[in-house]
Ligand binder design. Sequence first.
Ligand code: FAD
Length: 293
Amino acid sequence: MKPAPFHYLRPDSVGEALEQLARHPDAKLMAGGQSLMALMNLRLARPSVIIDIGGLIELKRVFDDTDDLILGALVTHRSVEVDPLIAARAPLLAAAAGHIGHIGIRNRGTLGGSVAHADPAAEMPLATVVLGATFHAESVGGGRRTVAAEDMFVSFYTSALAPDEMITWVSIPAIQHGQGWGFVEYARQHGDYGLAGAGCLLSVGRDGRIESLRAGVLSAADRPLLFKGDDAIGERPSTRLWRALAKRWAAAAEPSSDDPDYSRQLCIAALEESLAEAHRRIETEREAGHGVN
Ligand code: FAD
């Protein structure tokens, strides 16, 4: 099927895009088009105006800002996957991006588009929630505001963005020395959306006890679920602890699959595996005698 007729606008600047969005309440921004075009072709979305922001080169930049890594909303999944700066400062994000669809999709799909689309099975929403990212949103009416990742994902395909708001930048706290990370996903085949997936960030002190832990899962509810890990602080890492935490946390999952019990078991396994992976990274780096990430 072809999309319903629409007017096509291609702004040259963020300001022009925001003005067009304010002027046309029925408009949709198009970034990579990898989700929006499919919805339009199925006539599940019928915007009368498309604002193609793909040419806004400034929003394709990635740079360091003291403790944060800053990414433009139009950075593609493929850039996230292969950019050396992202690999060094936000390796969990890079690993998560590598699980998105196939390379053709990753070449076009963008970080901002994936976040705005708010698919609970998507990797970027989960990774940004676990990493404690902040989104910068702009509109003509509301000016600039920030939204914490954990407040961004409201329900299935529903974000906290107003219809006239555009994500411009994403700030991600850079990984610290002493932190380990894990990202694990199970899919039927390479390129499919994950049936289950988990990511985590872990710090273990010199005394061998957990100092901080954040973990999250995808495909387990109407949005990515975040576990802040307060119940793990002061504990010693062990296979038994990972199992206990994973089981406790997965009790909050409400998978919408045909077999929720199976989905919950996958969720437990992904959490356990990602926690063990994060701990392994910490141990390996400590044995090698340098900082961890
Ligand atoms: P678009 O499709 O252009 O836009 C999506 C939505 O976001 C639209 O509502 C649009 O108006 C809005 N939007 C876009 N940019 C902004 C912005 N800056 N500010 C505010 N709103 C904005 N995704 C996964 O996560 N995992 C997968 O495994 C996966 N597999 C896929 C397989 C196939 C075959 C296809 C076609 C897609 C797949 N995707 C997958 C989706 C892909 O990651 C998309 O790139 C992503 O969901 C949307 O990004 P986009 O840049 O293409 O956004």
